[in-house]
Design a protein around this ligand. Sequence first.
Ligand SMILES: Cc1cc2nc3c(=O)[nH]c(=O)nc-3n(C[C@H](O)[C@H](O)[C@H](O)COP(=O)(O)OP(=O)(O)OC[C@H]3O[C@@H](n4cnc5c(N)ncnc54)[C@H](O)[C@@H]3O)c2cc1C
Length: 386
Amino acid sequence: MTDYLSTGSLPDEYRQLALTVRDFAQQVVAPVSAKHDAEHSFPYEVVAGMADMGLFGLPFPEEFGGMGGDYFALCLALEELGKVDQSVAITLEAGVSLGAMPIYRFGDDKQKNEWLPQLTSGRALAGFGLTEPDAGSDAGGTRTTAVADGESWVINGAKQFITNSGTDITRLVTVTAVTGQTGGKKEISTILVPTSTPGFVAEPAYNKVGWNASDTHPLSFTDVRVPQENLLGERGRGYANFLRILDEGRIAIAALAVGAAQGCVDESVRYAGERQAFGQAIGRNQAIAFKIARMEARAHVARTAYYDAAALMLAGKPFKKAASIAKMVASEAAMDNARDATQIFGGNGFMNEYPVSRHYRDSKILEIGEGTTEVQLMLIARELGL
Ligand SMILES: Cc1cc2nc3c(=O)[nH]c(=O)nc-3n(C[C@H](O)[C@H](O)[C@H](O)COP(=O)(O)OP(=O)(O)OC[C@H]3O[C@@H](n4cnc5c(N)ncnc54)[C@H](O)[C@@H]3O)c2cc1C
């Protein structure tokens, strides 16, 4: 079977990285995936392995402890991890693109020097707290407040569904908060909140449908006092800054989703060749073979969409529309392929020990997180001037 790494379309350094991560995913991640999924436990040993490989520092310069790679390299790593274990892949995705990237993009020298080496090493994690009970797709509904008081910000409010926010190695959560009013509109800013700050609480983890080994909590803030210098980027630019972070993040989520879609193809090809019914392998039936062919086409198209978005981003060109298209197409490919793979596996597909059943539960959130499919459609339509 040929795969995307054997077509010769990728420069060698990217190909080598993808092969190294593939090997890690198969040797280290796959053997413990079912256990962490069943126990809803955070895979600390896997995260430490990814840290040793430098994956948390992939797209950051060496001066901040990074690997000096780029965002596309991160995407390739996410695709390989996403094939095997979406919880592990989202832990890396959120750690890099939501945790460290806002500080790299918008932090001052002091913030970068204090936080980036910890985060790029993978020994510490940061969460990104945007979503609230009344502010999801409509992030302008933010109610959490940060009031300037002397040399401090005093933060009160709540966030929900925040990834990587309550692990033993979580050190920081970046939050969006209302810091005032400008022209009758909410002024939203972004503030760094070390998790050791009194008044900050990561509430008990959610009981989720999927991504069971990924860490997700509601957060509460009661008179949380941090220094004024913890403001990340300009006051009042929080909304614009997190939109930039989400645009990039959508390419990374698309890559993860392509991995999931491809993982379903790979599992299905293997199973369809082995499983016998009516005296032959089920893959000999055109109905099954065509289903798998369609799955492969979905994964391929979604991959070209995220490659395109990443190429635009790295070239410094507008990439908002391409990122939304990639995120939407790839998350739908993952969900569709997970459903088809589960069908191909028959009753086994409904058993939790089979990876395709995990993809079936895990893939749904890909159509919801970092902007729902409907939000992607709104963004694409807006880019078309509608
Ligand atoms: C496991 C998990 C991890 C997450 N991690 C993070 C994180 O780390 N940080 C973070 O900040 N957030 C995180 N989120 C939150 C996630 O980004 C939001 O759940 C998502 O953006 C949707 O927001 P919502 O849940 O409030 O849905 P809502 O905004 O309430 O939307 C409900 C439905 O209405 C639709 N809808 C809303 N407005 C429109 C419209 N104008 N037109 C058409 N349809 C519309 C939506 O598409 C959706 O189908 C996470 C969520 C989950 C489940």
